[in-house]
Design a binder for this molecule. Structure first.
Ligand code: ZN
Length: 351
């Protein structure tokens, strides 16, 4: 069966397949995180390499080239990812990367580095195995540091024959203008709520509307919320935050197994909603707690809740490796309780 894409990208899919014989050597795909950009790009690459594409140009899903794509082993296809994300993709099972990083006792890089781009040169100058030419995907392209971007630029300026570059970016504004000017742009849209909700329900998602609210309509990000105890943990926390006289130490004890980063995300969305209500707006992330949020917001001083929210945002950078996760969580919750009691947060512990 020919491959297809998510329903909200059908139009872009038809358009790009129609141009499959005249695509430029560099394309930049952009759109918000969690809407399926990389899946789209992989299917484009697969279709361009397919030996017997369908009438509309979509990959057949059955030929040798398509079978290689299915197992992630196509000899003419490469993906460049930051080392840290490569490890996350395979849940730490990418042994070569793990060995590389641990042998030198350094943290896996968050960047696409110049050595990653240079390592492509051999691949670029080898003859391609198949007729479709070679495809190199950089994802997310904004992870390129300035040296990597300059090295890539050389390839974009003098495109090697038979090689196509596909950059995929959540935040294209972070890419240098020099890169932008050498790529043709393809914007992949965020789906409308109804379409995304229907799709999530088809995937067996328990809380499609709520998870879309939590992610700003990013269905693939929403899908990750179907894992483990996400919804019951969220309920434990938000019930605690909504309580009349919250018992924060008991709550922290109850939530002790939740990763602090996840907890921080929920707290940030909760305080964001409080701020929205204070400024006359509608609840954005937690529509199921609208009543409690409205009651709490009425009692709070905007300035204090804004300060607390800002302090939570500042913790974003340190939360994935706190010195003492337990203490970190307790502090976030105790500070929230202090805000509720109307205490002023002059010396807010953002540490
Ligand atoms: Zn095929």
């Amino acid at each position: 069966m020919p491959v297809s894409v998510y329903p909200w990208h059908a139009e872009q899919w038809r358009d790009i397949l129609a141009r499959r014989n005249s695509l430029p050597h560099a394309l930049l795909f952009s759109g918000r995180e969690g809407i399926g950009k990389i899946d789209f790009v992989r299917k484009v690459a697969q279709s361009l390499a397919c030996e017997t594409p369908a009438a509309d140009g979509a990959a057949c899903g059955a030929c040798q080239s398509c079978r290689w794509f299915a197992t992630g082993s196509h000899p003419d296809y490469r993906e460049l990812r930051p080392e840290a994300l490569r490890m996350a993709d395979t849940d730490g099972g990418d042994e070569i990367v793990v060995q590389e990083a641990s042998a030198s006792k350094r943290k896996p890089s968050q960047d696409i580095r110049i050595e990653d781009v240079r390592a492509l040169q051999d691949f670029i100058f080898l003859t391609s195995h198949q007729r479709g030419g070679k495809t190199i995907v950089l994802y997310p392209a904004e992870a390129m540091n300035v040296h990597a971007a300059n090295a890539l630029l050389k390839n974009l300026e003098e495109p090697p024959a038979g090689t196509r570059f596909m950059l995929v970016s959540h935040r294209p504004s972070e890419l240098p203008a020099t890169i932008h000017s050498r790529c043709q742009k393809v914007v992949l849209p965020t789906p409308q709520a109804g379409i995304a909700e229907r799709w999530l329900r088809e995937q067996g998602m328990a809380e499609p509307a709520l998870s879309l609210a939590q992610t700003g309509n990013a269905p693939l990000l929403a899908l990750t919320m179907n894992e483990d105890d996400y919804w019951s943990q969220r309920k434990d926390l938000l019930n605690g935050l909504a309580a009349h006289e919250p018992e924060m130490l008991a709550l922290a004890e109850k939530l002790r197994d939740i990763p602090p980063a996840r907890l921080l995300g929920w707290l940030q969305r909760w305080t964001y909603d409080l701020l929205r209500i204070r400024s006359g707006g509608a609840v954005r992330y937690n529509p199921d707690y609208q009543k409690a949020l409205t009651q709490i917001a009425a009692k709070l001083r905007s300035i204090e809740i804004a300060r607390y929210h800002r302090a939570l945002l500042q913790q974003q950078r340190t939360v994935s490796h706190p010195l003492n996760p337990r203490l970190h969580v307790e502090q976030m919750l105790l500070t929230y309780a202090a805000v509720l009691r109307g205490e002023r947060l002059n010396s807010l512990a953002a540490s």
